[in-house]
Design a protein around this ligand. Structure first.
Ligand code: NAD
Length: 248
């Protein structure tokens, strides 16, 4: 069974980590992948690697916090491949800190990228998918969307919002326009995500967890592949993937 082949899949935050691993996995299985992120050099490198290995990939520099750029991304994907089958709202940031430290710019950034970015993605592709009467939107939440940790209040709030938005999307669109909605909730994954934490205490704590239990982004790419690969009448609504040794 391969329900991935020939699908047009847009992936945000595709320049590293889970987004990059997912782009490689889906392209290896015959999807036409549209990579979106802000770092042009990395997007170019990944696209070239995929195309040299017999896959099909294009990229567009996109900031998910800009609704207009997200619309341009959707229109680019549709023009290139004639349809948009899947959007993976993967771009995210996690500058953890306790509320008392009042890092208001980092709170704004998390709200802008993790919540508004996901909404802008939905905003951009929904007209195409409704017109097609078919589509699949996959949103990256987290174990942090299920449990709140000290130092993670804002991040957890954004990931919890992602779950609510995904479930609302499913309720509104699944029976109406055949659009599948999937939440992917990973545990500790070895990516760049924690490198941008400015609060040293939080950074040390996360690094310790990563060093002791962290698993590779390719493990999450497998879960995303699984969700897309199901027959069209099967909606995988949420997948939680923790490292075996991660307790919370
Ligand atoms: P990552 O930092 O490697 O990837 C995130 C990507 O998003 C990066 O390429 C980054 O440049 C991009 N990005 C950030 N802001 C952007 C913007 N405004 N516009 C476009 N792209 C932007 O980390 P990752 O772990 O691969 O993260 C992917 C997703 O998985 C995120 O949503 C993250 O919250 C989620 N997640 C990660 C973990 C983990 O442990 N790594 C756990 C749970 C959930």
């Amino acid at each position: 069974m391969n329900n991935v082949e020939n699908k047009t899949v847009i992936i945000t935050g595709a320049s590293s980590g889970i987004g990059k691993a997912t782009a490689m996995k889906l392209a290896n299985n015959g999807a036409n992948v549209v990579l979106a992120a802000r770092r042009k050099d990395l997007l170019e490198e990944i696209t070239t690697t995929i195309n040299e290995n017999g896959g099909t990939a294009v990229y567009k520099v996109t900031d998910v916090t800009n609704a207009h750029q997200m619309e341009e991304l959707a229109s680019f994907a549709s023009e290139k491949f004639g349809k948009i089958d899947v959007l993976i709202n993967n771009a995210g940031v996690m500058p953890l800190s306790e509320l008392k430290n009042r890092k208001i710019h980092e709170w704004d950034l998390m709200v802008d990228v993790n919540i508004k970015g996901v909404l802008y993605g939905i905003y951009a592709v929904l007209p195409y998918m409704r017109e097609q009467n078919n589509g699949h939107i996959i949103n990256l939440s987290s174990i942090a969307g299920h449990i709140v940790f000290p130092g993670s209040a804002v991040y957890c709030a954004t990931k919890s919002a992602v779950r609510s938005i995904s479930e609302g999307l499913r309720l509104e669109e699944s029976s109406d326009s055949n659009i599948r909605s999937t939440i992917i909730s990973p545990g500790s994954i070895l990516t760049e995500l924690s490198k941008h934490i400015t609060d040293q205490e939080q950074k040390n704590a996360i690094n310790q967890i990563e060093e002791s239990v962290g698993i590779e982004p390719e493990n999450i790419a497998e879960a995303i592949y699984y969700a897309i690969n199901q027959p069209e009448e099967v909606g995988v609504n949420e997948i939680l993937v923790r490292p075996t040794r991660q307790q919370l």
